[in-house]
Design a protein around this ligand. Structure first.
Ligand code: KG4
Ligand code: ZN
Length: 337
């Protein structure tokens, strides 16, 4: 089965093909980072308009790179949520309409399930049961995966997501957007032990997270150390990165112990962070990631997640439905190995 995947939930237009026999083909991601950089964050209306401009040319380019024609596609998978509703509607409308005109099935994919399954696109395909740490700009969740399609939410952020904390802290430090890679870059020459920042909820049995207090602590630190030298800025970035990665490590350790899982998978934009990867090495379990370029939003993970569901016989009626909010536990289970 050849599935065309379309991702437009936020500020990346992603398109890719996933084929049962040949695997991933011609993944292309167009990032709107430059468009939003001067606003210090994603402007939803600008994002959806840009998806309108970019999506169809990108679908053409993907097919061209794979040396395939539109008639060879067997099914279409598009992100149906959670995400920015206007952006979601662009991918859903184009994906659904294309499927209807080609008389092929289509499926609306859960964006976080797609992140969760992205590590399965790497050469060492981890097998459930496992615990998944999903760390993106919109979500921080720990999910127990008994089988693909069977998800139990163990904990999640009560306020800011980890990626959001990176983005907001970067803004406070006068760095660019997206903040994760920027903080990571300057933290390399910083002293992570200079400032002791809070590691929220790590002394509690809960598997929930809370990152908004950490951001406030950084704000207070900036006021106290102003005017900041470049070294102080780097030290704050490194101390912040240490607090976030240590918090994530402690909660993952707890989740693995609590569930008895032998494997942890980590995905979403923050999974690209090298300090996090270094920190999680100390856990008493196997840790798997998606290939580096598939940590942040992309069409490949949507094509793959759609492929898994379509192969399990799940298709959708002829309607377009998107959701800005969508609980991962509400997904129907896939009965396959
Ligand atoms: O998964 P993603 O591309 O989009 C959402 O679904 O939200 O994640 C984007 C988030 C942003 O907050 C960005 O700052 C963060 O991932 N991010 C990183 C790194 N690369 C991206 N955070 C920390 N370190 C990185 N290297
Ligand atoms: Zn994402």
């Amino acid at each position: 089965m050849l599935v065309l995947g379309i991702e437009t939930s936020c500020d990346e237009t992603g398109v890719a093909l996933y084929c049962s026999a040949r695997g991933l083909m011609a993944p292309i991601v167009y990032s709107q980072t430059e468009l939003h950089a001067k606003y210090g964050g994603v402007v939803p209306e600008l994002a959806s308009r840009d998806h309108v401009r970019k999506l169809i040319p990108l679908i053409r380019q993907t097919l061209l790179e794979a040396s395939l024609t539109v008639k060879e596609i067997d099914a279409i998978a598009y992100t149906a949520g959670p995400g920015l509703i206007g952006s979601l509607m662009v991918g859903a409308t184009i994906g659904r309409t294309l499927a209807w005109s080609l008389k092929i099935p289509s499926i609306g994919v859960h964006h976080m399930e797609a992140h969760l399954l992205a590590p399965l696109l790497s050469s060492e395909r981890p097998k459930p049961p496992f615990v998944a740490l999903l760390v993106s700009g919109g979500h921080t969740q720990l999910v127990y995966v008994a089988r693909i399609g069977n998800y139990k939410l163990l904990g999640q952020s009560l306020d800011d997501a980890a990626g959001e904390a990176f983005d907001k802290t970067a803004k406070l430090l006068g760095l660019g957007y997206p903040g994760g890679p920027e903080i990571s870059r300057i933290a390399q020459r910083g002293n992570s032990r200079r400032f002791k920042l809070p590691q929220p909820l790590t002394d509690k049995p809960t598997l929930n997270f809370s990152f908004s207090g950490l951001k406030t602590a950084v704000r207070n630190l900036i006021v106290k150390t102003s005017p900041m030298t470049e070294q102080t800025k780097a030290d704050i970035a490194a101390s912040f990165e240490l607090a976030v990665t240590e918090t994530l490590r402690k909660k993952c350790k707890q989740a693995v112990a609590q569930t008895g899982a032998k494997t942890l998978i980590v995905s979403g934009g923050v999974a690209a962070n090298s300090t996090l990867r270094e920190t999680l090495r100390t856990l008493p379990c196997e840790v798997h990631y998606p290939p580096q370029e598939l940590c942040t939003d992309n069409g490949a993970m949507i094509a793959f997640a759609g492929h898994e569901r379509l192969c399990a016989g799940i298709v959708e009626p002829l309607k377009i439905s998107t959701s800005a909010r969508w609980e991962i536990e509400s997904l129907p289970s896939i009965l396959m190995e």
